[in-house]
Design a protein around this ligand. Structure first.
Ligand code: CO8
Length: 258
């Protein structure tokens, strides 16, 4: 792995940090491959229960690297299926919960990667946008699809068509951001929340993630059926027995993630 992405382990939490300060964490093949490799490692590690993806104090990621893309031909983009290959969508496929901790700019592909995470915690300095239209192109990794699902059609159209940025307070009001913190507390609070999640039963957190995601991919009845079946499946888990027994015993449960 290169140093364009740094990783740390905090208890059962895997922290991944974009580290390309000279280019505002712009996403090129190197960054994306390193991100995918970091996710692979944390996914395979049974002692990790939650991931946090972050950038620096001033920028989460300013989008795909414009220099990297600018001479692409249609044929190259089409043949390589740009942004589905090379790790760009690895975040989408991880089965463990992922929190994006966003301070500063999350623009273009940066905003799209944040939206691939399961939730976004933002610093009061965060700015979200899909400014691709300024470059004569458009969002290509979910900006026109995940943003309307998060904030509704009106704001998504506004951001994608006008290229304006949404600040953290507006993003929180609109439903893009789950929690808003003063910049100095963002990482600490996000790690704290991630530790809480990672302390719960890992198979249950995975089942919940799968079920909530179903809400966006199915009819209500299909989603409810999926939820019910997965809920039934939790009764096969040692952690379900432990969780309910601990409640009855008035003690803290000790989950073994199985
Ligand atoms: N690509 C390459 N380099 C960048 C990028 C970028 N996206 N953003 C910033 N940089 C570089 C600048 O070129 C500059 O480099 P240098 O110092 O060598 O000149 C350095 O970072 C600092 O940038 P600025 O001087 O511009 O800093 P400012 O504080 O004045 O402005 C902004 C910060 C507002 C973030 C500004 O840099 C900006 O507008 N950047 C471009 C944002 C953008 O258009 N993003 C969308 C890119 S297209 C895209 O993401 C398509 C997504 C496709 C799918 C991706 C899947 C994940």
């Amino acid at each position: 792995m290169t140093d364009s992405v740094l990783t740390e382990t905090h208890g059962r939490v895997g922290l991944i940090r974009f580290n390309r300060p000279e280019a505002m964490n712009a996403l090129n093949a190197d960054v994306v491959a390193a991100l995918a490799a970091a996710i692979d490692d944390f996914e395979a590690n049974p002692d990790i229960g939650c991931l946090v993806l972050t950038g620096s104090d001033t920028v989460f990621a300013a989008g795909a690297d414009i220099g990297f893309m600018k001479d692409f031909s249609y044929l190259h983009a089409y043949r390589t299926d740009f942004v589905t290959t090379g790790g760009w969508e690895r975040l989408k496929t991880t089965r463990k919960p992922v929190i994006a901790a966003v301070a500063g700019f999350a623009l273009g592909g940066g905003c799209e990667l944040a939206m691939m995470c399961d939730m976004i915690f933002a610093a009061d300095t965060a700015k979200f946008g899909q400014p691709e239209i300024r470059l004569g192109t458009m969002p290509g990794a979910g900006g026109t699809q995940r943003l309307p699902r998060a904030v509704g059609k009106a704001k998504a159209m506004d951001l994608c068509l006008s290229a304006r940025m949404m600040d953290a307070a507006e993003a929180e009001r609109a439903g893009l951001v789950a929690r808003l913190y003063p910049a100095a507390q963002l990482l600490e609070e996000t790690l704290k929340a991630a530790q809480t999640i990672a302390g719960f039963s890992l198979p249950v957190t995975m089942m919940i993630k799968e079920s909530v995601n179903r809400a966006f991919e199915s009819s209500l009845n299909e989603g409810l059926l999926f939820e019910r079946r997965v809920f039934h499946a939790t009764f096969t888990l040692d952690d379900q027995r432990e969780g309910m027994q601990a409640f009855a015993d008035k003690r803290k449960p000790v989950f073994r993630h199985q």
